[in-house]
Design a protein. Sequence first.
Length: 430
Amino acid sequence: MQNQKTTSKNLNKLRQNAEMLIKNTQQKTGMRHSETDNLKLIHELEEHQIELEMQKDELILAKEKAEQAENKFTKLYDFAPSGYLTVSKDGEIAELNYSAARLLGKERSYLIKKRFALFVSSDTRVLFNNFIQNICQNKSKGSCKVKLLTNEDSPKQVLINGISGNLDGSCLISLVDITELQIAEAEIKKTNEDLIRLNAEKDKFFSIIAHDLRGPFGTFQELTRFISEELSDLTTADIKVMTTSMMNSARKLYNLLENLLQWAKLHQDLLPFKPQIVQLHPLINESLQTIMELAANKEIVITNTIPLNTSLLADSEMLQSVIRNLVTNAVKFTPKGGKITLSSKTVAEKNIEISVKDTGIGMNPDMVKNLFQLDRQTNRKGTEGEPSSGLGLILCKEFIEKHGGKLWVESAVGIGSTFRFTIPYGNVTE
């Protein structure tokens, strides 16, 4: 309704102006137009007026749509998750959105006319400068990865995509933060490397175990076959020797399988870990009971010098397994008439250090270096041909680390070895 009133008012005004114009023209020229000519002229003027009004409305509507589109574009540009910048051919920032400012760690107003390269780390700045030069000079597009120096402790990894902009040599670039992606890719790469390493270790481990199982089983099988075939010709002494050998093979198999079972349970989180305050001296004596016969056969003296009132915080079953494995290992590599001594002392950071020292054949530095590596074959026969898989020492190391301690060895060829490990203690008095 309002538009109709406005149009009617405009038409009346147009009529008045047209009549005035005609009157003035007639006065100047001395000519008079007929009433019909005047009406026809006025009608034409009215039509033009209506067309102009319609064009005006269309222009107003087009302007409103353009403003809406501009506002929408501005919001999309300013608040886009990726950073967008316009950079001059000299590398100065001409325009940027909020995401770009956030990545650079500065206010937008501060960044205008600043050289973008100032925010690029020195080790990737040459790469960025070459990228900008190629985009701006060659009127092309490209991408590169750089590190941005920000207010944070570590630089951000950013992917930059660029394209040539206006004729003035500027270029339009986008910034995408790929820091987390790079971290994730590095973690995936490390995981893959770990899996490859673990698979190699597993294959080597199974090879070692198969080799160590074959020996005792082969002996056991051969003895049982011989007894079965030659029983009638065997004396009691012969049978005793053979059954003793079979018993030793069975003990070796049992110890190996027991270590293997414990190792498997530990790696599958099936082995319970229950640390408690334990008395060390009686625990070690209990652990040595199954080893004393082996030591006596080789005339080896085992001495427990740990004070009676020494206590520590440990899982008793794991600690007994560590003691048994270390002392059994010492017996294997100590010749007849040797000595094995167990001792302890308190060390810094509330730990107690336990030592198993022997007078055995010792090890060279290369053997010591590879001793606790699952994929390295460090096993060797004892002084009387006793087999050794190396699994017991690996199990010891993992049990000690489960307690928050560490295990290491000091050794010299022909002198002997000393295995030392630390365990957090409870109430220790010596």
